[in-house]
Design a protein around this ligand. Structure first.
Ligand code: AMP
Ligand code: ZN
Length: 160
């Protein structure tokens, strides 16, 4: 019989840490429907939604539903699912916005500039002459995010 003072296994400690992190995590709150988002795509393992402070018009984030802070904590299957979701959303972005370029980015750790510690991939439409920045300068107009999210959802229905 397990005693209250039994030391927890390494896996148990990790599970408790992930659960505690996910309670406050803004992306976990979006997954649970506790925080608003402009959703673009979802499947069993992933979600995609408009970045609230876009680097460029059409900036989308793709995340695993399961919490993992960085590439080192996220499960391999979840990372693969995010990559598949990102490819689908990329096709929708091309259909809706026809950007001449599309940057796919993923930051790990404060030193790399990561600000939300729930693994995610950025899809950032790029145009000739734009100045590369890691983060946008402020919030986008919610009407523009809603309009883009609706167009991308419609375009995703046609992605094979
Ligand atoms: P990173 O620096 O790679 O961790 O990027 C985090 C990104 O999440 C930034 O581009 C933020 O603008 C974006 N972000 C933060 N909070 C939200 C939110 N509630 N909804 C949508 N995007 C968000
Ligand atoms: Zn999270």
């Amino acid at each position: 019989m397990a005693r209250a003072c039994d030391p927890m296994s390494r896996e148990g400690v990790r599970a408790v840490a992930a659960r505690d992190a996910s309670i406050q995590c803004i992306f976990c709150r979006i997954v649970r429907g506790e925080a608003p988002s402009h959703p673009v795509y979802e499947d069993e393992h992933t979600l995609a939604f408009m970045d609230i402070a876009p680097v460029s018009d059409g900036h989308v984030l793709v995340i695993p539903r399961a919490h993992g802070a960085t590439i080192f904590e996220v499960g391999a299957e979840d990372a693969a699912a995010v990559a598949r979701g990102a490819k689908r959303v990329a096709h929708a972005l091309r259909e809706v916005l026809s950007p001449p370029g599309l940057m796919v980015g993923q930051l790990n750790g404060e030193a790399a500039g990561q600000t939300v510690f729930h693994y995610h991939v950025h899809l950032i439409p790029r145009r000739e002459g734009d100045a590369l920045r890691i983060h946008g300068r402020g919030p986008a107009r919610p009407e523009r995010l809603a309009e883009l999210a609706a167009s991308l959802r419609a375009a995703l229905a046609k992605v094979p």
